[in-house]
Each structure stands twice: as structure tokens, then as C-alpha cells.
Write a protein that binds this ligand. Structure first.
Ligand code: NAD
Length: 260
């Protein structure tokens, strides 16, 4: 299927690794010009080389910056001639006990996982609407549907973003500017590997055993991979998805047990 987005410009945040890179790869493979953002220049340049090698790839621009800062967002936006597609993403907040989190800890989580996407949306959607085409995809988490007790910072910050998106997606912006959230379950990325390693260390068990048990608890019997996540993102950004907005799409191998 031709997604009809070749030649468009996408700003993809948190894109040197993991799910963000999966989204950038799927878009670049469709001939979308991508501006990829991450903090570390080395991993970002390696990711860019990977994307430029894709058949049909258009321009790949790198911006090594922290997207959770005002300066970082300004630099990233300035590097993108026009933002037709916006993929918001940043690292997830740390796990822990809410009794240990003070106001500054909360503000950091809100900055990264709620206010940064809102600021990027604020800076881009009116121009998308004026041009008559726009796609926003926010990478959130399955924790929005099924909270994870030790990830209270993520549960809270991402639910705030989700509520905000539900409102703006149903305004005049819906005239070919769509705003949707992708909710990953367990995906085989550095972040998940770090969480599994911490769990293995805590339990004094081999990483392979902890990983196998976790995969066995998912109906699909495996972790997701970044390319299948990216393919879903690219579809939501395509010309074919103009009637899908304000949605929260779980990609979790069937792990969420509810009907809705
Ligand atoms: P990852 O750690 O593998 O990759 C994160 C990417 O974001 C990297 O490129 C990193 O450099 C970049 N990044 C992090 N903080 C940044 C910042 N402040 N500014 C710019 N770039 C930044 O993580 P991932 O597994 O791809 O997860 C992406 C998002 O999805 C995270 O918010 C994570 O919490 C969430 N998530 C992941 C899973 C999973 O199983 N992997 C599940 C649920 C939610």
C-alpha cells in the first residue's frame, strides 16, 4: 500500500533508538523527509546512517538536543522546514515508590511526558491546519489503560497528556489534522532491557529467565519489535488515516485483558 506521504516532513522525537527510531525508519522508508531528535549525537548519527541507507529514503536531518527543554524544542523545530508529521516521544520516567517523589521529580516527569508533547503540538498544529494536512502521533504507554504501580510518574503524566489530546483532537483541527496516541505494551528496546535487568538483579535470577517469564505472560508469547510499532505509526500518518483521530491504540500483543 502506498501511504501517500512521500516528500512530507516529519519531526520524530526520541529517535536514535527504540520505538522512536522504529517510527522514523517506517516514515523514511515511505520517502518522508525526517528530522530525528535525541540527546546523544553518536547514537543519533548511527541511526541517521541506517535511515539514509534505506531504499527510497529522502532527507534525514539530525538534531542532538534534549527535547524536554524549551531550547531543545526550538532547535528541533527550526531544523524542520515544515512539520507535516509530528511524533512526540522522550524517555520514560523512573520507576519507584510515590512516597519518594517530591515536586521536582513530578515536574520532570510532567515536562518529559506531558508538557513537551503539548508544547510541540502548540507550535505545529495551526500551520498543519492552514496547509490542510497534519498527523500527530504521541508515543505514550499501555499504563494509560492499565496503570503499573511502580510507574506512578508515567501513569500520571501520560494520563494528563491523554486527557488533553482527547479535547483538541475533536476541534476544527480534525479537518485533516489528526492527533492520536500509540500505547506500547512490552517492546524489545533498551528501556525494556534495562527494566528486565533491574528485575533480574533484584530477584537474583538470570536475565534470560526473567525475560522468558515476561514474554510467556503476553498472549502473543513475545515482545513487540520497533519495526512493527513504526509500521503502525506510519499508517496513522498516511493519507489513508485521515478519519482516525483522538484514538488511543494499544499495541501490546494482547496483554491488556479488558474488552474496551
Ligand atoms: P529507549 O530508551 O529504547 O529509546 C528512547 C529514545 O528517546 C532514545 O533515542 C533516547 O536517546 C531518546 N530520548 C530520551 N530522552 C530524551 C530527551 N529528553 N530528549 C531527546 N531524546 C530523548 O525507549 P523506548 O523503549 O523506545 O521507549 C520510548 C517511549 O515509550 C518511552 O517514553 C517509554 O517509557 C515508552 N514505553 C516503552 C515501552 C517498551 O516496552 N519499550 C513500554 C511502554 C512505554
Amino acid at each position: 500500500m502506498d501511504l501517500g506521504i512521500a516528500g512530507r516532513w516529519a519531526l520524530v522525537c526520541g529517535a536514535s533508538k527504540g520505538l522512536g527510531l522504529g517510527c522514523a525508519r517506517a516514515l523514511a522508508a515511505e520517502g518522508v523527509n525526517v528530522v530525528i531528535v535525541a540527546r546523544g549525537a553518536d547514537a543519533l548519527e548511527a541511526a541517521a546512517a541506517d535511515l539514509r541507507a534505506l531504499p527510497g529514503a529522502a532527507q534525514v536531518v539530525t538534531v542532538a538536543t534534549d527535547i524536554t527543554t524549551a531550547q531543545g524544542r526550538a532547535t528541533a523545530l527550526a531544523a524542520c522546514p515544515q512539520v507535516d508529521i509530528l511524533v512526540t516521544n522522550a524517555g520514560g520516567p523512573p520507576a519507584g515508590d510515590f512516597r519518594d517523589w517530591d515536586r521536582d521529580t513530578w515536574l520532570a516527569a510532567l515536562d518529559a511526558n506531558m508538557l513537551t508533547p503539548i508544547e510541540l503540538i502548540r507550535a505545529t498544529v495551526d500551520a498543519m491546519a492552514a496547509r490542510g494536512y497534519g498527523r500527530v502521533v504521541n508515543i505514550t504507554s499501555s499504563s494509560v489503560k492499565a496503570p503499573i504501580d511502580v510507574l506512578g510518574l508515567s501513569n500520571g503524566a501520560r494520563s494528563g497528556l491523554t486527557g488533553f489530546i482527547a479535547g483538541i483532537a475533536r476541534t476544527h483541527l480534525a479537518r485533516n489534522v489528526t492527533v492520536n496516541n500509540l500505547l506500547p505494551g512490552a517492546f524489545d528496546t533498551d528501556r525494556l532491557r534495562g527494566i528486565l535487568q533491574a528485575s533480574a538483579d533484584k530477584q537474583g535470577q538470570p536475565l534470560a529467565d526473567v525475560s522468558a517469564r515476561r514474554q510467556g505472560s503476553i498472549p502473543a508469547g513475545r515482545f513487540g519489535n520497533a519495526d512493527e510499532f513504526g509500521a503502525t505509526c506510519a499508517f496513522l500518518c498516511s493519507v489513508h488515516a485521515g478519519y482516525i483521530t483522538g484514538q488511543n491504540l494499544l499495541i501490546d500483543g494482547g496483554a491488556y485483558p479488558g474488552t474496551f
